[in-house]
Ligand binder design. Structure first.
Ligand code: MN
Length: 276
C-alpha cells in the first residue's frame, strides 16, 4: 500500500535506460528526516526541493531556487513523490527520458517539522508546512504554502519562503554564491555521463566548499574553485537571463548530447510551465 506513493514516479521512467534509482519505500526510523535540493538542468534549470516524509521524498520543483530574503516568495511546483534513494543521485538523465539533463546535489541535511500541528503529513495535506533546515547552504526556518483559489493553476503550485530569523538575509543570493554540488564541487553543467553514479559510492575526494568559504575574503586564485567564478555577476533572482549570458563551461560545450533547446538563449520559460 505504501508502494503506491512511488507508482507515479516509477511509471514515468525506464530504469533500463536512466541511471536514476527505481527506489523503494524506506522504513521510517527514529532519526531526523532528511532533505535534499537537487539542481537540475533539464529543459529549464530548476531546483528540486525534497523532504523525507512517509518513507519517500515529497518533492517540489523550484524554478528560481530558494531565497534567504523573507520578502521573496519562490514558486514551487509539487511533483511526484521520489524514492528515498533519490537523495544521493547526482548524474545525467539521458536524452529521451523524463527530466533529461544534468543533476547535482546542491544541498542536503536534516529537517525538523515546526507547525502547524504535530503531524507533518497532515500539515502537507492542509497546504502549509513550516520547518527548520540543517543543511550546508540551507539553514533556519522555511515554509511551503500552497497557493489556493487560482483558477489557472493545476493545483500543484506552492510558494517556498524564508521566515524571519537569524539566518534571513536580503543581500546574499545563495544560488549565486554557492552554485555547485556539495558532493563533487562540480557545477551542474560539469557533470558528464561518465560521472554518473548512484547511492553509497564515494564521490570526488575534493572537499566541497561551504557557504562560509564562499563568504570569506578571497585568498587568491585556487584551482579548487576553477569554473565557478567565471560567470558574470548576475541579476538577482533572474536565473533564466543569467544562464543565457553565462559562458558555457568547457565540459558542457564539449558534450556531444547538447540539444538546440539548451544552447539557444532565446526561449524564456513561461512562469507556469512545469520544469521536468
Ligand atoms: Mn527536476
Amino acid at each position: 500500500m505504501a508502494g503506491n506513493l512511488l507508482n507515479k514516479y516509477q511509471k514515468m521512467r525506464d530504469f533500463g535506460v536512466t541511471p536514476e534509482p527505481a527506489g523503494k519505500i524506506k522504513p521510517v526510523k527514529g532519526k531526523k528526516p532528511i532533505f535534499v535540493i537537487q539542481k537540475h538542468h533539464a529543459s529549464h534549470l530548476h531546483y528540486d526541493f525534497r523532504l523525507e516524509m512517509e518513507g519517500v521524498l515529497k518533492s517540489w520543483a523550484v524554478p528560481k531556487g530558494p531565497s534567504y530574503d523573507p520578502s521573496v516568495k519562490r514558486l514551487a511546483m509539487m511533483t511526484e513523490d521520489h524514492p528515498y534513494d533519490y537523495a544521493s543521485f547526482e548524474g545525467v538523465i539521458p536524452e529521451g527520458n523524463y527530466g533529461a539533463g544534468n543533476v547535482i546535489i546542491w544541498d542536503n541535511g536534516g529537517w525538523e517539522f515546526i507547525e502547524p500541528g504535530h503531524d507533518p503529513v497532515k500539515a502537507l495535506t492542509s497546504g502549509k508546512l513550516t520547518f527548520r533546515l540543517y543543511g550546508k547552504k540551507m539553514f533556519g526556518e522555511w515554509a511551503l504554502v500552497k497557493i489556493k483559489g487560482r483558477d489557472s493553476g493545476k493545483g500543484n503550485e506552492w510558494l517556498l519562503l524564508k521566515h524571519r530569523d537569524e539566518f534571513a538575509n536580503d543581500r546574499v543570493d545563495v544560488t549565486e554564491v554557492a552554485p555547485n554540488s556539495i558532493v563533487s564541487n562540480k557545477g551542474v553543467d560539469e557533470i558528464g555521463a561518465e560521472r554518473t553514479w548512484e547511492s553509497n559510492r564515494q564521490a570526488s575526494p575534493r572537499r566541497a566548499p561551504t557557504l562560509a568559504d564562499k563568504l570569506a575574503p578571497p585568498k587568491g586564485p585556487s584551482p579548487r574553485l576553477r569554473g565557478e567564478g567565471g560567470a558574470k555577476r548576475r541579476v538577482r533572482g533572474d536565473s533564466t537571463k543569467a544562464k543565457a549570458r553565462a559562458p558555457r563551461s568547457r565540459a558542457a560545450s564539449s558534450r556531444s548530447r547538447s540539444s538546440p533547446a539548451r544552447s539557444t538563449p532565446k526561449a524564456a520559460p513561461t512562469r507556469r510551465r512545469r520544469p521536468r
